[in-house]
Design a protein around this ligand. Structure first.
Ligand SMILES: Nc1ncnc2c1ncn2[C@@H]1O[C@H](COP(=O)(O)OP(=O)(O)OP(=O)(O)O)[C@@H](O)[C@H]1O
Length: 544
């Protein structure tokens, strides 16, 4: 029988041998105290009037020892478990932020979210159960030692029955384990639908048929699969548990009815064995009850590991050496025969390929990037800003060729407002002094000063219209004050008057400040204002 220590338990041991070793010692001590309690009970039951006060004193001492060890191990391990999960989540978050954007994009943002929320909390929960598991194991061990001292044939019987019960349990619960994997997959699918529910609530509320199909087919299908796999897993665990109960009661039956025929046993001895066994029953079943949680913790741990390994695989060597600070001024940014290609999708469709693109961006230059839907404009922006790594070709900034080691430095030169931008409520990473001196002026030129204030580095509100939120994203970009500005269809949500302000005032102002400005746009009315127009067609630059 292959008994393996769950990966996360070995991980905990690797994390802190001393805490885990101390916990094992406290556990053993607790088990010995349990055995002591049992021995005293047995002694009192069999020799009621012998040394009563001494026995009472002993009883108080072992019970106090048992309670103290229980509390110590529970509190220490719970604290350790919480520290570990916190560490794990933070490490995972750091890895996500350090790994190339394309890798997290491919892994799936929804999958990452499930791991960060569901798997991490499941792992935390199962680590919380470990003290209970350790206590129960210690009690069973202590009782086992006491039983061996009482009668070795009974001990042998208990060992045989336990091995038989454990073997059956293992066989049954291996099947349950694979069901738990399916159940977790179903849960991830359900989670994706919950996301569609919250993010697509407007579209669902507006359309009854869509809503009905979403609930009946998508949501219900996934929920039902999750329900079925969870019930299957619970059923398989119930059968496994029933088997272990069967093994246990068979053992008591043998002691009560078969042993007296084989060995000359006094009633006191018989009572002694049965008391020990009954005392062991609750911790044994406690262990069996906790195992599914430990298994779920193991599945969660594997998912967390998988995400970590996947992110590690191509993790950029983020600046171990101190990189120079980003240049405040751009001399030139050159793309030389740069190409990028998405991976082939699961249907085997030809992936979209961008390039080869060769161009040079200069300071004080306004470039418009145009092209039809799906021509590759947003892909180009991600490539240009260093979110995507080129498959071929060379990118250089102010004469420095960009590689993995300095890509993070390279990205520091861009202020980008993506078409699907995210607006942080707090102005993170921007000097307080700059916020204090410039934010109010920008708010006024963005015509938002009547709506929003910046207080203690934070927007007073971001509950605004989409166009207004985009203006706040622009304000953030202004405050970043980097040499290259990129706007992906920024003006698409602006009213005609403010579109004019954007193209005829804000962009020329940025250009006049020596910024290189790249604007993705479909607004052909303003193309004449740019210094150049880069037209993309099916991933290639074509004459405009
Ligand atoms: N994450 C992705 N994975 C795989 N392929 C992608 C991904 N994102 C975009 N594509 C492919 O790249 C092509 C170009 O997409 P891109 O978003 O760059 O176009 P676009 O010119 O910005 O379009 P639009 O004007 O509609 O915003 C699309 O045809 C799409 O199939």
């Amino acid at each position: 029988m292959n008994i393996r220590l769950p990966g996360f338990v070995s991980f905990l041991f690797q994390r802190s041998r001393s805490v885990m070793a101390a916990m094992v010692c406290v556990g053993v001590l607790s088990g010995l105290c349990s055995a002591g309690v049992l021995a005293l009970i047995n002694r009192v039951l069999q020799q009621r009037h012998d040394q009563e006060s001494l026995l009472a004193l002993g009883f108080v001492a072992v019970v106090a020892g048992k309670l103290a060890t229980q509390i110590i191990s529970q509190l220490t391990l719970t604290r350790f478990a919480q520290d570990t999960t916190l560490d794990l989540s933070l490490t995972l978050c750091k890895k996500i932020l350090q790994s190339p954007y394309r890798r997290t994009e491919t892994y799936g943002h929804a999958n990452i979210l499930v791991t960060l929320t569901d798997d991490v909390s499941m792992l935390a929960w199962s680590i919380q159960c470990l003290p209970q598991l350790a206590m129960n194991a210690a009690i069973v061990l202590g009782c086992g030692v006491y039983l061996l001292w009482l009668s070795w044939p009974t001990f042998l019987l208990v060992v045989t029955a336990t091995l038989l019960g454990a073997w059956g349990y293992h066989w049954l619960h291996t099947r349950a384990f694979s069901t738990i994997h399916s159940s977790r997959e179903a849960r991830a699918q359900l989670f994706r639908h919950f996301r569609s529910l919250t993010e697509g609530i407007k579209e669902l509320t507006l359309h009854r048929q869509r809503r009905t199909e979403f609930i009946d087919q998508e949501l219900h299908g996934a929920a039902d699969l999750y329900r079925r796999t969870s019930i299957d897993a619970a059923r398989q665990y119930a059968i496994a548990e029933a088997w272990s109960h069967f093994a246990f009661y068979s053992m008591i039956g043998i002691i009560l009815f078969v042993f007296p025929l084989m060995f000359p046993l006094s009633t006191e001895s018989l009572i002694g064995y049965v008391v020990v066994l009954l005392y062991m029953m609750s911790p044994i079943w406690g262990i069996i009850g906790i195992l599914p949680t430990v298994e779920r913790g193991q599945v969660a741990f594997e998912n967390i590991q998988r995400l970590g390994v996947s992110l590690d695989k191509s993790s950029e060597s983020l600046p171990s050496a101190v990189l120079p600070v980003a240049a405040t001024r751009l001399d030139s940014l050159t793309l030389e025969s740069v190409t990028f290609q998405y991976a082939t999708d699961s249907h085997g469709n030809d992936p979209f390929a961008l390039g080869p693109i060769s161009l040079t961006l200069c300071p004080g230059e306004l470039s418009f990037v145009i092209g039809g839907n799906g021509s590759g404009k947003s892909t180009f922006v991600k490539l240009l800003s260093g979110l995507y790594v080129p498959h071929a070709g060379e990118v250089s900034l102010n004469g420095t060729v960009i590689a993995d080691a300095n890509r993070d430095w390279y990205r520091e030169h861009f202020s980008v407002v993506f078409s699907d931008f995210y607006l942080f409520e707090k102005l993170l990473g921007i000097e307080e002094e700059r916020i204090r001196t410039s934010a109010a002026g920008y708010l006024s030129s963005l015509q938002l000063d009547h709506k929003v204030k910046v207080k203690e580095g934070r927007f007073s509100t971001i509950d605004l219209s989409q166009g207004q939120r985009k203006r706040l994203a622009l304000l953030t970009a202004y405050l970043e004050d980097r040499p290259v500005y990129v706007f992906d269809e920024w003006a698409a949500d602006q009213d005609p008057q403010y579109k004019d302000v954007f193209y005829m005032k804000l962009l020329p102002e940025l250009r006049a400040r020596g910024k290189s400005v790249v604007v993705i746009t479909h607004d052909d009315r303003y193309f004449h204002l740019g210094d150049r127009v880069i037209k993309l067609e099916n991933g290639k630059v074509v004459p405009s």
